[in-house]
Design a protein around this ligand. Structure first.
Ligand code: NAP
Length: 275
C-alpha cells in the first residue's frame, strides 16, 4: 500500500465518500486530514473517524503529499489560489474532482509545474460502485499516478484518459449517466404499477432487473447488442417492447441527450474555468 499524507479539501458528499473509502481500504487514519468551510460538517467526520480536521485549508495542506480538491467548481478558483503558495513550496500531487475544471485552469491558479490529476467520478461512488476517469498533466510521475488511482479506486473503478478533452464525453456518459438509468427505472416502475403490480413489488422487480442486467453485461464476453438479441425471441414479448422503443426514435433521443450533456460540460468549463 502506498503511504503518504493525503489532505482532503471539501468534505461534502464526494469528499466524505473518498475519506470513508480510503479508510475502509485500510489507509492509515494518521495519514489522512480534512478541511471544510463548515465546522459542523467536519464534526460529522471526526464523530466517525479520528482524522485531523480544520476549517483552514492551508493548515491542512501543510506537509501533505497529496491534496484532493473536492469543492464545487464555482469556488475552485478561490480555494486553489489561496493554496498556491503552500503548494508551490511543497509540490504535492493535486487531485481535483471538480466537474469541468481543466488542468490548465488549475495550473494557472496553483502555479507552474504542479503535478495535477483531474478526475471525474460519479455518484455511485457513494456506495463504492463509482466509475471515475482520470487525466494526468505532464508533471505527474508514475508513482503519483498510482496514488491517484488508489484514492479513486477506494470508491469504484478507474480508467485513464490520454486526452483531457474527452472529459466532457466522460461527464456525459458516466458523470451524468446514473440519472439516465434512474429515469429509465422510474418509468419502468411507473408502468409496472399501472399494470397492477403492488408498488413495493414493482420497485423490487425493476431495480433487481436493472442490477442483474448491468451485472450480466459487465461479466459477459459479448457486447450489449448481442446480449439484447439473445433475450429477444422472434415474435416474443421483448421484441414487441423493443420495437415500440425503436420506432419512437429512442436511439436518436439518447444520442441527442448525451451530446447535450457534453456541450453543457464544455460550457461549464468556460464559465468556471478560464480566468
Ligand atoms: N456529487 C457527484 O456526483 C459528483 C460527481 C462528479 C464530480 N463531482 C465533483 O465533486 C466536487 C464536490 O461535489 P459534492 O457533491 O461533494 O459537493 P458538496 O457536497 O457541496 O461538497 C463540497 C464541500 O466543500 C465545502 N466548501 C465550500 N467552500 C469551501 C472552501 N472555501 N474551503 C473548503 N471547503 C469548502 C462545501 O461547504 P458548503 O456546502 O457550506 O459550501 C461542501 O461541504 C464538485 O466539484 C463536483 O463537481 C461530484
Amino acid at each position: 500500500m502506498i503511504q503518504g499524507t493525503i489532505a482532503l479539501i471539501g468534505c461534502g458528499n464526494m469528499g466524505r465518500c473518498l475519506l470513508s473509502g480510503l479508510i475502509a481500504d485500510g489507509y492509515s487514519i494518521q495519514r489522512l486530514r480534512a478541511s471544510d468551510i463548515s465546522a459542523d460538517r467536519l464534526r460529522l467526520i471526526t464523530n466517525r473517524f479520528p482524522v485531523l480536521t480544520s476549517t483552514d485549508n492551508t493548515r491542512i495542506v501543510q506537509g501533505a503529499d497529496v491534496v484532493v480538491l473536492a469543492v464545487k467548481p464555482e469556488v475552485m478558483k478561490t480555494v486553489a489560489t489561496t493554496l498556491a503558495a503552500a503548494i508551490g513550496r511543497q509540490r504535492p500531487l493535486v487531485i481535483s474532482i471538480a466537474a469541468g475544471i481543466t488542468t490548465r485552469s488549475l495550473s494557472q491558479w496553483l502555479g507552474p509545474e504542479v503535478a495535477i490529476v483531474r478526475a471525474m467520478p460519479n455518484t455511485p461512488a457513494l456506495v463504492g460502485s463509482g466509475a471515475a476517469a482520470l487525466f494526468a498533466n505532464e508533471f505527474v510521475q508514475e508513482q503519483q499516478r498510482e496514488i491517484a488511482e488508489l484514492v479513486l479506486r477506494a470508491v469504484g473503478l478507474t480508467v485513464w484518459l490520454d486526452e483531457e478533452t474527452l472529459m466532457d464525453a466522460v461527464t456525459a456518459v458516466s458523470g451524468s449517466g446514473p440519472a439516465y438509468f434512474f429515469l429509465l427505472m422510474e418509468l419502468v416502475e411507473r408502468s409496472a404499477i399501472e399494470m397492477g403490480l403492488p408498488r413495493d413489488l414493482a420497485r423490487l422487480l425493476t431495480l433487481q432487473t436493472a442490477f442483474g442486467a448491468a451485472k450480466m453485461a459487465l461479466e459477459a464476453s459479448v457486447d450489449t447488442a448481442t446480449l439484447r438479441n439473445q433475450v429477444t425471441s422472434r415474435g416474443g414479448t421483448t421484441e414487441q417492447a423493443i420495437r415500440v422503443l425503436q420506432d419512437a426514435g429512442l436511439s436518436g433521443i439518447v444520442d441527442q441527450a448525451l451530446k447535450a450533456a457534453q456541450r453543457r460540460s464544455q460550457e461549464l468549463a468556460k464559465l468556471f474555468g478560464e480566468s
